[in-house]
Design a protein around this ligand. Structure first.
Ligand code: SAM
Length: 249
């Protein structure tokens, strides 16, 4: 059917792609990708032939002409599939401007969801999952990084950061200093790949670990919420009693 299809691709292991994403790749009239080579490779691995189609390079910064080309294809009644280099498009990846433009022009927009490093890491970190905040990449510059961290300090949920191995040591040092060395945290690297590793501990311990034994590869950092205002146990108990009374028959 015509419309824009966002496709999730693996964050490591090539078989982490959904059957529906492969079906859409096999049948889409137009295929666009942040990284045309990696998508072509993925299609080869799974035996999805290009069959005369080509893969267009598209990034939100490729300029309005590239986007206009894809919107024009939608206008002609084509189905357009879009994948970023890894994981879910739009999540610290391009696709946002394209999705907005397609929706604003009245075209159907759908997704074949799949892996994302943020949720994979949250699943493994051993930190609360009831509420979480995806903070993406921290700024490179130290001053801007600390200002951003201060703004995130009191968010009542697990914080999720993406990081590059080049900056992990400096970032963890700043995170520990601004958010508090005692907070529980986790460093998840190379998820679904050969050297998958999860380090759990306090921010002080993880910052020290990043200094003495820097984690390599792709990394997600997760930090527990601030517990500086302890939950009042007697309030919870009286709330629970009241709720139970309301519901008794
Ligand atoms: N769209 C992707 C997603 O849904 O997770 C994220 C793309 S972003 C440009 C790349 C960052 O995601 C990396 O720097 C790293 O922080 C994280 N990442 C991607 N794959 C990962 C993996 N296999 N293990 C750990 N982190 C990963």
């Amino acid at each position: 059917a015509p419309g824009l299809y966002f496709l999730a691709t693996p964050i490591g292991t090539a078989r982490d792609i959904t059957l529906r994403a492969l079906d859409i790749l096999a049948s889409a009239d137009v295929i666009a990708a942040e990284d045309t080579r990696s998508l072509r490779r993925l299609m080869e691995i799974h035996g999805v032939p290009l069959e005369g189609r080509r893969i267009f390079a598209y990034h939100d910064h490729s300029g309005p002409a590239a986007r206009a080309h894809l919107i024009e294809a939608l206008r002609e009644g084509h189905s357009v599939a879009y994948a970023s280099e890894a994981g879910m498009p739009l999540i610290a990846d391009p696709g946002y401007d394209l999705g907005r433009a397609a929706a604003e022009a009245g075209f159907a927009v759908t997704v074949a969801p799949g892996p994302s490093a943020a949720l994979a890491a949250l699943t493994l970190a051993g930190l609360p999952t009831d509420a979480f905040f995806f903070a993406g990449f921290l700024p490179n510059a130290k001053g801007a990084r600390r200002t951003r961290l201060e703004a995130l300090r009191d968010i009542p949920g697990t914080l999720i950061f993406y990081e590059s191995p080049k900056r992990i040591e400096a970032s963890l040092a700043d995170i520990a200093e601004v958010l508090g060395e005692e907070r529980s945290a986790a460093v998840c690297r190379e998820l679904t790949k050969k050297f998958e590793e999860i380090r759990r501990g306090s921010l002080a311990e993880l910052a020290e670990g990043a200094r003495s034994d820097p984690p390599r590869g792709e990394i997600v950092i997760l930090v527990d919420r601030s517990h500086s205002e302890p939950v009042n146990a007697s309030d919870i108990e009286s709330d629970l009693r009241a709720a139970l009374q309301d519901h008794s028959v």
